[in-house]
Design a protein around this ligand. Structure first.
Ligand SMILES: Cc1cc2nc3c(=O)[nH]c(=O)nc-3n(C[C@H](O)[C@H](O)[C@H](O)COP(=O)(O)O)c2cc1C
Length: 480
């Protein structure tokens, strides 16, 4: 795939995904478990290369009320979404993102417009009914149907006016009440608490179908104070068009598919969950969580709900998340002064958070330690982490065989593993039974000992020259 015209909105993207040959259309699936299972199974089948799935003619719902799974979750689709060249390796994508961020990347604030497709249907009062949409029940043991998974929650800081985007799960309790679950330490939670501290309700917008650029900006741990809307606009290369919501004046993406507007009141809670979550478990039980009283629904004709399926990884969003998170860690550790980083990869098996590898070209004693500690503690790498592994430049950080070989042959477990204790985590971590939700981490230095770089035993393998010669002589016996 070479560089091509960027998509305009989700619908335009779906057309482009179809042109790529990466769209599967599934007709007649049931919102009750079938859509979740199909999405999960397709994502797990061929990680990084599986198709996006568009569900139509969903049981109990009119044709046209659709669900899209895994919009950006492949090599080709992610490159398409960001406008990158054809990637052949995970690190092509990571490098392209990191290069953009350290190059001439500019935040592009949204522009306000009077109206747009999202205004095609505006429902208020008795017409508000969340069951109008084919809200999926994702897994057998889930306690609710979830309208918000691949979503974007918009809130305004009552003090600074800063607009925050975050992805938080949104359960449907009844036709006009939704549950919202925000983990401790998230910006959205700080904002909500500020309203509650003043005894006021917190206004909120919930977008349940939107451009994956907005989803990717919402669910990454982007630096405090950075507007995710401007950040997503920067990656789009032009501003997102927004419309002010009717009651609270919050920004609605003009081309979003479904947006809910409402209020979260202090001391207004309902039992929410359990929900199978991104580490692959039901780690926290159903609990009392704040609710959103939905005042208004905005939606396009024939709306498309976007679906993320948290499950035993790889998940239908973890390839895209791994790329972006890897690039963000790379950018942040460099900003903190780390030299000679040549790759970062957050493995999908660790849900893109729990098993992260950073590769360096070792240049000074202590370099690898600095790399591991920074990668584990920078904002992008800190939340819900577990393992950070540092490898040398001859190791492919995306290849678990390579990484395990380095850990097995270049690492003295007694000397080369450090622990970080009581770091920022979440009730979703199966290893943490109760609050406060802090976890321990290991930073594994799997680099050759710096003092022995010159005399470390030579790797036993055919040289690149010999390999080339062999490939030329017997081209048909190798895959490529
Ligand atoms: C599919 C998906 C679902 C998520 N669900 C939640 C959630 O329910 N609650 C939560 O706190 N974080 C959730 N996250 C992670 C947050 O979106 C992420 O940490 C984000 O940076 C939070 O933004 P904030 O720090 O601006 O609040 C989810 C991420 C993804 C990819």
């Amino acid at each position: 795939m070479t560089k091509r015209e960027r998509h305009y909105d989700l619908r335009d993207l779906i057309q482009k995904i179809d042109d790529l040959g990466e769209l599967s259309v599934v007709e007649g699936a049931d919102w009750d478990l079938e859509i979740g299972a199909v999405s999960e199974m397709i994502a797990q089948e061929n990680p990084g290369r599986s198709s996006a799935v568009l569900f139509d003619n969903i049981k109990d719902y009119p044709k046209g009320f659709r669900i899209l799974s895994g919009a950006a979750n492949s090599f080709k689709r992610l490159a398409l979404v960001f406008g990158f060249d054809e990637p052949s390796h995970e690190l092509d994508l990571v490098r392209a993102y990191r290069d953009r961020m350290v190059g001439d990347f500019k935040m592009i604030p949204p522009v306000e417009v009077e109206t747009g497709p999202i205004m095609e249907n505006v429902l208020e009062g008795d017409d508000v009914d969340l069951f109008r949409f084919p809200v999926p029940k994702v897994h057998e043991l889930d306690g609710n149907r979830y309208i918000g998974t691949d979503d974007m929650i918009v809130m305004r800081d009552p003090e600074s006016g800063y607009i925050n985007l975050g992805t938080y799960r949104i359960a449907v309790h009844d036709k006009n009440t939704a549950g919202i679950w925000i983990s401790p330490g998230k910006h959205g939670r700080f904002i909500r608490e500020k309203y509650f501290a003043k005894g006021e309700p917190c206004p909120v917008l919930i977008s349940c179908g939107q451009d994956p650029l907005l989803f990717l900006a919402s669910h990454q741990e982007i630096q405090e104070g950075v507007s995710e809307l401007d950040y997503a606009g920067g990656h789009r290369g032009k501003p997102f068009e927004i419309i002010r919501s009717k009651t609270h004046g919050l920004p609605i993406p003009a081309n979003a598919e479904i947006v809910l507007e409402g209020l979260i009141y202090p001391d207004d809670q309902k039992l929410e969950g359990p929900f199978g979550e991104f580490m692959g478990y039901y780690a926290s039980e159903a609990s009392m969580q704040p609710v959103v009283r939905i005042e208004r629904i905005y939606h396009r004709n024939d709306p498309i709900l976007t679906l993320a399926v948290p499950s035993r990884p790889p998940e239908n969003f973890t390839f895209a998340r791994s790329v972006v998170k890897s690039a963000m860690i790379w950018e942040e550790v460099e900003k903190a002064g780390l030299a000679n980083v040549t790759g970062v990869w957050c493995h999908e098996a660790g849900a893109g958070r729990l098993f992260n590898v950073i590769r360096i070209k070792q240049t000074y004693a202590g370099h690898s330690k600095q790399a591991g500690m920074l990668a584990a503690n920078c904002r992008a790498g800190n939340y819900a982490g577990r393992w950070t592994v540092v490898v040398d430049d001859d190791i492919d950080p995306t290849d678990l065989n390579d990484v395990i070989w380095a850990m097995s042959t270049r690492c003295d477990p007694v000397e080369d593993i450090d622990f970080i204790r009581r770091a920022w985590s979440t009730p979703l971590d199966p290893m943490i039974p109760k609050a406060p939700y802090q976890s321990n981490r290991a930073v594994i230095d799997a680099c050759k000992p710096f003092g022995r770089l010159e005399d470390f035993p030579i790797t036993a393998e055919a040289s690149p020259e010999l390999r080339n010669k062999i490939k030329k002589k017997w081209p048909n016996i190798f895959n490529q």
